[in-house]
Design a protein around this ligand. Structure first.
Ligand code: NAG
Ligand code: NAG
Length: 695
């Protein structure tokens, strides 16, 4: 019995499964007023639901109250978004639903499974648990049968183990899971540790500035991130389906219609066909002399309900081999994304039973990667999927497994302290690099300010970045599928480092495929410039028989600034805030000028979200972000009401998944007027739900 509930909790209720792509530090500033009320309402509803479920499990009788409650809840959320968006990007009504579902599932679980006298306690009841989970899925209209079943089957064993071996109650479990919303009711002290950080040098007294500028002799580093190759992609198949990812099926009925997937990829919720990946590699090889290649994670597609060891390892190896073929002697330095494991997002600690351990993945990746990495990297890769390597004297790469901070990685709920060793190793490796006079590049899939990156981990990561700001020359990230930058700050507010987020090779969702070439100083290894290459998906699909026309979308230094030091990029953020036209340009590049995005436009909330985000590297620290937001709003007010490009796309959660709709404006994460309106709608909804349910 076990897992059911938990699985539910886990797999289903969250957006977690899906993962990936978008993030946003949303930073809800105006949520405080309503949080307690919302949380109390969510608690009340989840208590009722849990109680009714327990009764149903005990007696098999569906009371009228039970039916009414589950029917109401089933209607209260958007089926697709709860799976395809990250938690922080959910509309308030969906957050509310997920919070209620999470808490009630955890309650049922704790009562019936963990407690000795619970109805589902004991061994041998896995089938029963699965029945329960499927029932929950159907009743609350979570997803299609196939998707629910796939997720349940793959997540149940790990979730069950985690739940049985942790002490969390329903509120604290869901708090961490939804760290960034009203559902968070406080901090469990076991989840608030600090690292030992070397303090032998004087703290910074100003932002890091005066770094090397662009020179013709700079190294070229090519970045491919979020490849998300879908081996089942079928041109002509249905591109707007009910599942979280499409473009695989129903070719016979939709081919030739507007519902059909394009040959070179599709803006709808679809991943990358193989021939498009090859096209990207061919273009890069023919046009650039890459000295090194960075591959920053997420090779596996978004068919999150149908992962398997066989499928994932086949795709991982195929992509690695193709990279190797394309680049020959040029080393490819990879890091792990959240999509690599099966089940999705789950990275176990060492020492758990083999059937739920991530060991197989680390072993597999080491084998794939050993053509580029020295044997010394094996130990840490097998331990936790991270490593360090020095490609040449004076230069070091540290590749982290950022899934330690990912709140969709349920193993976080098993233990917070087993996330210390990797970060402490990160610190120690930086200290050794400093002593050796080396400059360091950090590769890490998830940007630390992401709303789904656990804030305690991010805070301690930031302390390392601040301490070693003169050693760290660049941070390279992915995950959000956006072309964007993140500025790191010390506690005193000095800019210490910049993370360069490389967009995505996949089109998922609404974007053009892209890769990136950085210019990097030969001596200090700072990034002095970069060029981003894309093709137009709409145009490429008009001529399936011709290679896509890749082109240089822009050069950073020409469009924004030649001063790429942390101080220079921090200054750029102020310029973006005071110059809305420049900010609109930043946004267009941010979304790789995908046609659906450009059609939808970016209103003030969206612009502010895109900017604000660039100043957040711990999702709870938003002072600089708020400052920039206020400045941008003032600048927009000055522009008057007839703003070009203000597409009026004020409805976050539009999903962007069906044809004809604009992409969801997932960047307004909170604070804007649109969000406030939605929040009050959701409070209303909550109250209505609550009162109508008071039987
Ligand atoms: C967590 O620890 C930090 C540093 O020790 C402390 O400043 C903070 O107040 C703690 N947070 C909570 C919620 O206990
Ligand atoms: C992409 O191509 C289509 C079709 O030619 C065109 O309508 C659209 O404007 C192009 N998009 C961009 C951003 O240039």
């Amino acid at each position: 019995m076990k897992g059911i509930v938990l699985f539910l909790a886990v797999a289903l209720t969250s957006g977690l499964l899906m993962a990936s792509a978008v993030n946003l530090p949303g930073v809800p500033v105006d949520f405080e007023v309503d949080d307690k009320v919302l949380s109390a309402i969510a608690d009340d509803i989840s208590e009722r639901l849990a109680k009714e479920y327990v009764t149903y499990l005990k007696t098999g009788i569906e009371t009228a109250a039970f039916k009414k409650l589950t029917q109401q809840l089933a209607k209260s959320h958007s089926q697709k978004d709860i799976f395809t968006r990250n938690m922080p990007d959910l509309e308030p009504r969906d957050s509310f639903f997920v919070c209620v579902a999470c808490r009630s599932v955890m309650r049922v679980f704790i009562r019936t499974i963990r407690e000795e006298e619970g109805e589902l306690h004991g061994e041998g009841s896995s089938a029963l648990m699965k029945d329960f989970a499927m029932d929950f899925c159907r009743r609350l209209n979570l997803q299609t049968e196939e998707v629910c079943e796939g997720l349940i089957d793959s997540n149940l064993p790990s979730v069950e183990y985690i739940m049985r071996n942790s002490e969390s109650d329903s509120q604290s479990f869901c708090s961490l899971f939804m760290e960034f919303s009203f559902c968070n009711t406080g901090t469990n002290q076991d989840y608030n540790w600090t690292l030992t950080v070397d303090d032998s040098v004087q703290p910074l007294t100003s932002s890091k500035s005066d770094t090397d500028r662009y020179s013709e002799s700079d190294l070229k580093i090519c970045q491919f991130t979020d490849i998300h190759h879908d081996p089942l992609y079928e041109p002509g198949s249905l591109a707007s389906c009910a599942e979280p990812m499409c473009c695989q099926r129903n070719k016979d009925t939709v081919e030739g219609t507007s519902e059909a997937a394009g040959y070179w990829g599709d803006y709808r919720d679809c991943d990358l066909p193989w021939h498009t990946f090859e096209s990207a590699l061919n273009h890069a090889v023919a046009n650039h002399k890459c000295d090194y290649v960075y591959q920053t994670g997420d090779i596996v597609d978004h068919m999150v309900w149908a992962t398997s060891v066989e499928k994932n390892t086949a795709v991982l190896t195929k992509v690695s081999q193709r990279l190797n073929e394309a680049f020959g002697d040029v080393p490819v330095y990879p890091c792990i994304g959240n999509h690599e494991p099966h089940p999705l997002n789950l990275f176990s600690p060492e020492g758990v039973p083999d059937e739920i351990s991530t060991k197989w993945l680390y072993e597999h990746l080491y084998n794939d990667w050993s053509k580029w990495l020295p044997a010394e990297t094996k130990e840490t890769i097998l331990k936790g999927g991270y490593y360090t390597v020095s490609p040449k004297p004076g230069f070091r790469i540290i590749a982290l497994n950022s899934n330690d901070c990912y709140t969709d990685n349920f193993w976080l709920y098993h233990s917070g302290t087993d996330k210390i060793p990797q970060l402490q190793w990160f610190h120690d490796t930086l200290l050794a690099a400093e002593k050796a006079g080396e400059y360091v590049h950090v590769l890490t899939h998830i940007p630390s300010g992401d709303g789904t990156c656990w804030s305690v981990w991010a805070r301690e990561f930031n302390r390392c970045i601040t301490r070693f700001s003169s050693t760290i020359s660049g941070i390279f990230t992915g995950h959000s599928h956006k072309d964007e930058i993140f500025v790191y700050y010390s506690e005193q507010g000095h800019a210490t480092a910049v993370a360069w987020n490389g967009g995505a090779v996949t089109t998922f969702s609404n974007k053009n495929p892209n890769y990136r070439v950085y210019d990097v100083s030969q001596t200090s290894h700072v990034i002095t410039n970069h060029r981003t290459f894309i093709f137009n998906v709409t145009e490429a699909n008009l001529t399936p028989d011709e290679e896509p026309k890749w082109f240089e979308e822009y050069q950073f230094m020409n469009e924004f600034t030649e001063d790429t030091s942390p101080a220079g990029i921090d200054k750029l953020l102020d310029e973006l805030a005071s110059n809305p036209e420049l900010m609109r340009k930043y946004w267009r590049f941010r979304v790789t000028q995908g046609d659906p995005y450009l059609k939808g436009g970016c209103d003030r909330t969206c612009l502010a979200g895109s900017l604000c985000r660039a100043a957040v590297t711990v999702n709870t620290e938003t002072k600089r972000c708020e400052e920039l937001r206020a400045k941008l709003y003032a600048a927009l007010d000055n522009e008057g009401n007839t703003t070009p490009g203000d597409g009026g796309n004020t409805t976050p959660g539009d999903g962007g998944s069906s044809p004809g709709t604009t992409p969801g404006d997932e960047d307004d994460g909170g604070g804007g007027s649109a969000t406030l309106t939605l929040l009050s709608i959701s409070s209303l909804l909550a109250i209505v739900l609550a009162t109508r349910l008071s039987f």
